[in-house]
Design a protein around this ligand. Structure first.
Ligand code: B12
Length: 283
């Protein structure tokens, strides 16, 4: 865990060190003390503070976030970064939005989805489309994975969400975003990723006893595979919330009653939140 001094964080935020010390002492930022009595702030705690207060970052490089500086130096949105294969700027773009308080689910359903769909259109209409699409997908993945490292630690004993994309489905991003959406809602997440056969899911479920299982379907399964998948879902205990989503989720024509269809990461976030904080427990 990286620890920041009050001077480091004050400089990064462009405020005086005495203000920062006051915020620590008022409990707005939690800090530990060194043996010599100096305040030390965990990087994750600094990120939480920045998100919650929407504090602008004057010098992002001091928090090891030089990519935010890189994106400030260029025009355009996420799609432009991905089209140029500029992974650094893509990372910076997403991190900047995240630190402004935008949620993972909102990023997934909004700019990430839009930018990736724009890349997909290129594939159809441009000779260079395939290479640009592959390069852009890699840049997007790198950016998303990096974002995960900024997220706060999952609380101990958090309920588990587990999922992936079924056999024959190579898509990486949607399942990764589903995992991060569950984490943001307060769950621990195990992402089995693309091309996961039901038997592998089954072993993972027996091992981890998840409260939620997600399936992300982007490649339409063959009718035989879809039937097998539906049969398998029906064998899962009703205590598990099953959420099926993705562009081709409708290919799963039959679904057991405890399996829900959802179209967006925001819906997944709401379902995960209802598991973390059941209805009666809410204040
Ligand atoms: C990247 C990409 C690839 C990469 C994938 C790399 C990788 N390993 O991940 C590669 C190069 C492998 C690829 C291959 C192919 N692709 Co492709 N690909 C894409 C692209 C550009 C982006 C997909 C993506 O990551 N999207 C980002 C995610 C976040 O968006 P999303 O899928 O919409 O997900 C959102 C929701 O659906 C929902 N959601 C998703 N999962 C879940 C799960 C849960 C539980 C919930 C609640 C919600 C949810 O939330 C997300 C955020 O809102 C799309 C373009 C597009 N329009 O999607 C084409 C696209 C999907 N591909 C397409 C095609 C045609 C192909 C190929 C056939 C090309 C070829 N001839 O080889 C192959 C087929 C591969 C296969 N076996 O299926 C077509 C599919 C058309 C169709 N449905 O018939 C598309 C739409 C491109 C196009 N415009 O034509 N592809």
């Amino acid at each position: 865990v990286r620890l920041l001094s009050t001077r480091d964080l004050a400089d990064a935020l462009g405020v005086s060190e005495s203000s920062l010390k006051r915020w620590v002492d008022a409990g707005k930022i939690s800090a530990s003390r060194t043996e010599g009595g100096h305040r030390r702030i965990e990087l994750g705690e600094a990120m939480r503070f920045i998100r919650n207060t929407r504090a602008p970052l004057a010098r992002p490089e001091l928090l090891d976030l030089p990519e935010i500086g890189a994106v400030r130096a260029r025009d355009g949105g996420l799609a432009d970064c991905l089209l140029d294969g500029d992974a650094l700027a893509a990372r910076g773009w997403l991190m900047a939005r995240y630190l402004e308080g935008v949620t993972i689910a909102e990023l997934a359903d909004g700019p990430i989805r839009e930018a990736m769909h724009a890349l997909g259109e290129l594939w159809r209409h441009d000779d260079r489309g395939v290479f640009v699409e592959h390069r852009g997908t890699d840049a997007c993945l790198q950016a998303v994975v990096q974002l995960r490292s900024l997220m706060p630690a999952v609380p101990a004993k958090a309920p588990i969400a587990l999922g992936g994309a079924p056999a024959g489905d190579p898509y990486l991003l949607p399942s990764q975003l589903a995992a991060m959406t569950a984490i943001e809602a307060g769950m621990a997440a195990i992402n089995l990723g693309p091309d996961t056969p039901p038997e592998a899911m089954e072993h993972a479920i027996a091992t981890h006893r998840p409260a939620l299982v997600w399936l992300s379907i982007t490649t339409a399964p063959t009718p035989a595979r879809a039937r097998a998948l539906a049969r398998w879902l029906a064998t899962l205990p009703v205590s598990i919330k099953i959420v099926v989503g993705g562009q081709q989720a409708s290919a799963l024509a039959t679904r057991p009653r405890h399996a829900r269809r959802a179209n967006t990461m925001r819906e997944l976030a709401a379902i995960a939140a209802s598991i973390v904080t059941p209805r009666g427990a809410r204040t």
